[in-house]
Design a protein around this ligand. Structure first.
Ligand code: S3P
Length: 437
């Protein structure tokens, strides 16, 4: 696995950027489409599934739990046998690089009475904090343990009958919120969540569409045990706004650019990057707004823009948390200062993205200072291409590629295959939109 991840890409400044891009399926929705349909009773057909390494880890884990799943490229068929239809896996479950797989699956498995499971992942995932799910799951009655008293994977879970509970979420994490909802669902008990319930809401939308009694009353989420089996939910996965943001930023910072991304999910809990780019003065146009299943989608065109620095803080942070590395590149090209605050969650991602992003930008010649919960960026200086590393972090590899399109000279990126985690085909697309056209 690791050997395949080591390869280097070199980016040269592009003369112009043109193209229409169908970005791959949304990573969060692809995970949930497999996990939730595996708990339903019947067959679901999923199209435009993200066949990236993270979502393939989810498929492999669910197959190991006895669910029949066939995947051909972007098409996936899941045959679920209901909430009690999972088997005990014969071996440890490898979640690879995927925090969503590990945390959502941990929730499901805590409610599978009597079954024993061990969840692990790659070096990055094993270093990420798990107390955020382990503590509240234990409060529900889960039998779960792991390294560092349960804060680090591998996590060992003995499925148990959980108790009905109410929990106040201290951080806006959709993974924590979803782990708790799925634990309650799996164990057949009610749960009430309040506090920071404002993370992405794909789990809630999908559960409602599958017939689960779930309400959100001004931020208080209540899930009741469904009286019947979950209905399978066939869907087309919308394009991932986190992937589209790379092209939006590329077009906005390049002097001769027009890029259109088609069929991008614009769920309000995910559209913070678009709102921020608009605030920065990006020339962007949204067309063809429609609903695909329970998610809003649209086509977005961005053209060369004169960006200005902004303050990114508070409630918008969870709505753009994964886009901050490339928004930091946009800020480096904007006139004036940008301040990113309230984003300490960046330190718990695939890498500590406050450190890795500011180190990389400094190497590119940007005036940037890390802070405890974000960074300050003085924009407007021309970046100079240098050798950079993704540190195995898919979103860093892509952020550096976008910087390389406007930096002077060559920008090379080590460990460039990391993009496969969320965006297989990223390097081919960059070649296509920079080719003479
Ligand atoms: C995700 C939630 C977010 C996000 C991650 C995917 C999800 O993480 O950063 O890429 O699919 O639920 P947190 O829940 O840790 O905020």
């Amino acid at each position: 696995m690791k050997a395949a991840m080591v390869h280097r890409q070199t980016i040269v400044p592009a003369a112009r950027l043109r193209g229409i891009i169908e970005v791959p399926g949304d990573k969060s929705i692809s995970h949930r489409a497999v996990l939730l349909n595996a708990l339903a009773a019947g067959t679901a057909e999923i199209s435009h599934f993200l066949a990236g390494a993270d979502c393939l880890s989810t498929i492999a884990c669910m197959q190991a739990l006895g669910v029949s799943i066939t995947q051909h490229g972007e098409h996936v068929r899941v045959v679920g046998h209901g909430l009690r239809g999972l088997h005990e896996a014969g071996d440890i479950l490898d979640c690879g690089n995927s925090g969503t797989t590990l945390r959502l699956l941990a929730g499901i498995l805590t409610g599978q009475i009597g079954r024993f499971s061990v969840l692990t992942g790659d070096g990055s995932l094993r270093s990420r904090p798990q107390r955020r799910i382990v503590e509240p799951l234990r409060a529900l009655g889960a039998q779960i343990d792991g390294r560092d008293n349960g804060d680090r994977a591998p996590l060992a879970i003995r499925g148990a009958q959980l108790n009905e509970a109410a929990y106040t979420l201290p951080i806006a994490s959709a993974q924590v919120k979803s782990a708790l909802l799925l634990a309650a669902l799996s164990s057949g008990v009610a749960i009430t969540l309040d506090g920071r319930t404002d993370g992405r809401d794909h789990t809630e939308r999908m559960l409602i569409a599958m017939g689960v009694p779930l309400t959100n009353d001004g931020g208080t989420i209540r899930l009741e045990p469904p009286g019947a089996d979950l209905q399978p939910l066939s869907l087309r996965v919308p394009g991932d706004p986190s992937s589209a943001t790379f092209w939006w930023v590329a077009a906005a910072i390049h002097p001769d650019a027009e890029l259109t991304t088609t069929g991008v999910g614009l769920n309000p809990s995910r559209s913070g990057a678009l709102d921020t780019l608009r605030m920065m003065g990006a020339d962007l146009e949204i067309r063809n707004q429609r609903l695909e299943g329970s998610e809003p989608v649209a086509d977005v065109t961005v053209r060369s823009s004169q960006l200005r620095g902004v303050v990114i803080e508070g409630a918008i942070i969870p709505r753009l948390i994964d886009e901050l590395p490339v928004l930091a590149v946009a800020a480096a090209c904007a006139a004036g200062d940008t301040l990113i605050r309230d984003a300490q969650e960046l330190r718990a991602k695939e890498t500590d993205r406050i450190t890795t992003v500011t180190d990389g930008l400094q190497a590119l010649g940007v005036e940037v200072e890390p802070t405890a919960d974000g960074m300050g960026i003085s924009g407007g200086r021309r970046m100079h291409g240098v050798p950079l590393s993704s540190h195995g972090d898919h979103r860093l590899a892509m952020a550096w590629a976008i910087a390389g399109l406007v930096a002077e000279g060559y920008t090379s990126i080590d460990d460039a295959a990391a993009v496969d985690v969320s965006y297989p085909g990223f390097w081919e697309t960059i070649t296509r939109i920079t080719a003479d056209n």
